[in-house]
Ligand binder design. Structure first.
Ligand code: RAM
Length: 538
């Protein structure tokens, strides 16, 4: 193997890797030859959605109440009766379509009948004012519509797909329209690619755990569409980080391995010219790459391929995608300097929606984690020779993390020039095996007890916190954390688990306006993964 130096140059930093240039070059050629075929395979794996027609369980009255989630609480329920402003309750969260039928009244409809409809995943969403706070995202994510009807009787089917349990209907000219029409029926067509008949039996016995398992499963199911969506309300996009957690939960529940395979092929097939995997994608109207590229998500491609191999035994797919898994190392390792330390990257480092989080240690850990899993995948597929050049980096990055980021006095990891203490740093250092055993336990426990420690703001990073506690041998703490955090959402009335949850702040939103948050969010489906796995190994 030819000795090459400085193959990776980004932001002026170089990493001396020996001989690997050759391997990446070969990977590039293989990717280019296979890419179009990957999109064909993704297309062939497109699932047929399952439909279920639902009718509302009745009308709910919702009142302002500071003890309710985001200040609103259901105060009563009754059967449907006509009113100028009413909220239908479909009894459960669903992803799907809405239609209603109207009857003619005693007199003809002599002006257009105008209704305002608001679809909500929570009571607060249908009652709150979406314009009260600006959002960094589009206001159009708020699910409201104005419908104008010229003729009755008739059926009005809204073309858009919504994520909802509640539908609020307001009729501004209700008085004038009295006697000109009547509601005849309301229907929801719920869609999903999760097949309840394939659901694995639930080994969880404890009722509190069963409650969380059911909500998590429901979350996963409503996100399972023609691909794994992050949230059926928003962004309706396939994100690699979300996909990994959905895939793991899906192996324990709906076991739709083909949907994981389709998503892996979509992300690989949609990779850009430089063959770096797409980290967010759409499948409609035709598959297209999104606009983001997240470093720590890229590092999760190989682990997701490896876990799919483990869950499905499908060696052919892993082999097919292997060059892609290998090729990502060139990108994820680029911001690592010659001493094996992650310095700074000019790309999006996500980790969590915490804008003040210093991400150095967490990125070091997630890149190292991805590297180790790529080597493991190589071993499984008999391609050890192709990762031989990067193997010494595991030791180098581990040593650099211990040398530069470990605070031996406090027995925890710090991050960045300000030596910030966060759970994110400990979590990824534990998951990447930089510390194990007592050291792993110490850093997780010591950081959590540090005043001002930055804690996860999203269920995404919480998920990895639970995993890290478990890996460190602290399963009881992992269970306690899980029950407290996801149980907190359940206690606040969650039908499906949310995109963001700060136990101290109902109004937390990464986007400025909590009504834009997604309340059925893929990366929050962890309980059905952990609780089911733990129940099998108690
Ligand atoms: C948001 C979505 C998605 C997540 C990205 C990083 O837009 O909630 O789930 O993966 O951010």
């Amino acid at each position: 193997m030819k000795r090459t130096f400085g193959m990776i140059v980004l932001l002026g930093m170089s990493l001396p890797l020996f001989g690997i240039e050759l391997t990446f070059g070969e990977a590039d050629r293989m990717i280019e030859a296979r890419k179009a075929g990957w999109l064909e395979k993704a297309k062939a794996l497109q699932p047929t959605l399952l439909h279920e027609t639902l009718t509302p369980t009745g009308i709910v009255t919702i009142a302002e109440d500071p003890s309710g989630f985001q200040g609103w609480k259901i105060t009563g329920r009754k059967p449907f009766q006509p009113a100028p402003d009413f909220v239908l309750d479909f009894g459960r969260h669903l992803t799907g379509y809405f239609r209603f039928t109207l009857k003619a009244g005693r007199r003809p409809l002599h002006f257009p009948l105008r209704l305002r409809l608001v679809f909500g995943e929570t009571p607060a969403e249908v009652m709150g004012d979406p314009d009260a706070k600006p959002t960094g995202l589009s206001r159009a994510w708020y699910q409201d519509e104005v419908v104008t009807i010229d003729f009755v009787p008739g059926e009005i089917a809204l073309p858009r797909r919504y994520a909802f349990r509640y539908v609020r209907c307001t009729i501004p000219e209700y008085k004038q329209a009295d006697g000109l029409f009547a509601f005849d029926g309301f229907f929801a067509d719920a869609v999903t690619s999760a097949d309840e008949r394939k659901l694995a039996p639930c080994p969880v016995r404890d009722p509190a755990e069963q409650r969380l398992d059911a909500i998590a499963r429901h979350t996963l199911r409503d996100c399972m569409q023609t691909m794994f969506e992050d949230g059926p309300k928003r962004d309706r996009r396939l994100w690699l980080g979300d996909l990994r957690l959905q895939a793991l939960a899906n192996y324990e529940t709906y076991r739709n391995r083909d949907l994981v395979k389709r998503c892996l092929y979509l992300l690989a097939g949609l990779s850009e010219k430089d063959n770096i995997v797409c980290t967010d994608a759409y499948d409609k109207p035709v598959p297209r790459a999104g606009v983001c590229r997240i470093l720590d998500y890229t590092a999760l491609f190989a682990p997701t391929v490896l876990e799919h191999l483990d869950a499905s035994g499908d060696r052919e797919t892993a082999e097919d995608l292997w060059p892609m898994a290998l090729r990502q190392l060139q990108y994820t390792l680029a911001p690592v300097d010659e001493d094996g330390l992650f310095r700074k990257a000019a790309v999006w480092c996500f980790i969590d929606w915490d804008r003040d989080l210093d991400k150095q240690a967490a990125e070091q850990g997630s890149i190292l984690y991805g590297l180790m899993r790529t080597i493991e995948l190589a071993n499984r597929l008999g391609h050890r020779d192709q990762t031989a050049a990067v193997e010494p980096l595991v030791e180098k990055m581990t040593a650099a993390a211990r040398r530069e980021l470990w605070d031996a006095n406090r027995r925890l990891f710090v991050s960045g020039p300000g030596k910030q203490v966060s759970m994110a740093s400990q979590i990824w250092m534990v998951l990447s095996g930089v510390v194990t055993g007592q050291e792993a336990r110490d850093c997780l426990v010591n950081a959590a007890a540090t005043p001002g420690v930055r804690k996860p703001l999203t269920p995404y990073l919480r998920n990895y916190w639970i995993e890290a506690l478990d890996v460190a041998g602290l399963r009881d703490d992992a269970r306690r954390e899980l029950m407290a955090y996801w149980g907190g959402m359940a206690d606040r009335g969650a039908d499906t688990f949310w995109e963001g949850f700060d136990p101290g702040d109902d109004f937390f939103s990464p986007y400025g306006n909590p009504l834009i948050n997604s309340c059925c969010h893929a990366w929050s489906c962890a309980p059905c993964y952990f609780l089911r796995r733990w129940a099998k190994t108690r």
